[in-house]
Design a protein around this ligand. Sequence first.
Ligand SMILES: *Cc1c(COP(=O)(O)O)cnc(C)c1O
Length: 488
Amino acid sequence: MDDASLELPVDVMRRMLQTTSARVLDHLAHVGDQHSRGDVGLEADRARCIALRESTPPEEGSALETLLDTFYGLVPKTLTTNGPGYLAYIPGGGIFSAAIADLVADTTNRFTGTWFGAPPLVQLEANALDWLRGMMDMPETTRGLFTTGGSMATFNAIVCAREKLLGERIRDGVLYASTQAHHSIKKSARLAGIAVDRVRALPVDASFRLRVDALETAIAEDRRAGLVPFLVVSSAGTTNTGAVDPLNEVADVAARAGLWHHVDGAYGAFFHACPELRPLLAGLPRADSITLDPHKGLFLPYGTGALLVRDGEDLRRVHSATADYFPGNVTSDMYDPSSYGPDLSRGFPGLRVWLTIKLFGAARLRAAIAEKRALAVDAADRIAEIPGIVMDAPPQLSLFAFHLTWPGASFDEENAATRELMTRISDRGRVLLSGCVIGGASPRSDQAPRQLARVCVLAFRTRQDRIDACVEDVAAAAEEIRRGAQRQ
Ligand SMILES: *Cc1c(COP(=O)(O)O)cnc(C)c1O
């Protein structure tokens, strides 16, 4: 045995692939039967993690079977994020085609960080970005970047806007978003050098949408104070309630005031790919930049976000660089990932998107996206009919939020009951819901923060049967809680 060789014989690799594919397929065949929450709980989770701690790497290797046993033994002790009942947070997907793309990308291990490393393969990634651009109806000047997720896409967008509009005056730059904007915006702003005291959280209307009048007032006030308003981030679907900000009106204000308009479409932008749903996101293609999350709206496994920048030069100016060891004459009209993003060496994220769109075809993906919206509308209509359910946020896209009440219930009792509702529904194991607490700057600010339960339909495995189960479980749990409360 040659100890220094890491090459495995072909028949060993063949057996490893067979072993792995058997486990993968067994897992996927049963994903619909798994408890939709998984066997989780704070105390048990902590104890398990402590038991798993291993401070030194093993000196000797182990059999793949043993390692897969370990892994698949742990999977049920996590949220069932790839299951049909995952209606919590913003569901991801885990579409199978992406796993195939990762396998072929990782085994060929071509260098796709630069154009010259693998020109025709980088072209596939450029095509995939161009398809996303087309889905968003952005112009041909647009260039994009695959990122690890929506947060990194937004971070890059903020850097673009900062470089273009602030120059040396970083400390004076002011960024605007609503109180409902994703927390990654504040975090990205800090990473991009924008101080926390320069990030404005603007109030929302009764549908949780950014109030454009408040935006205009805030810009004027900051100008008077000698600051430099430079960026407004609107949401094409918030994580809390799925609210879509008035993108056209925000674009008008941004154009008038000379601000960069970034749209956080991590949850909702892919609904624009369906022509019949475009009115829900009117104004989206006017954005200076858009965050997309193929690992949400295009059903991919986690690890793939994307940024589109309307004037591709704005993105290139931030990132292009050269090195003494690069071959000459590489500046060209060809897409070069390292000239549009911070990474040099990286995986091949474009292949996941390219292979998935090629394999299924765009029409089938659009049909799946449209179906998720239709399922959410159906679920919301039926859940709104359940006695005691108050629909606080009907679906603008595929997410809605509600709370539970009964005659004589106090505000605190409603909040507690809504939390109990989510627990009881999730305990049943067919669907997993998550909640949000909304208060503060909304028009409902006269009230203390309200607990809402939310349903977000975006996982490709969620179909009508699971929505029916969701409606049944909400009805049953609501009935139990109300009966208990009114007996007291
Ligand atoms: C998920 C999400 C993000 C963050 O994206 P990641 O891919 O998790 O980094 C930002 N904004 C919205 C609206 C989201 O739903």
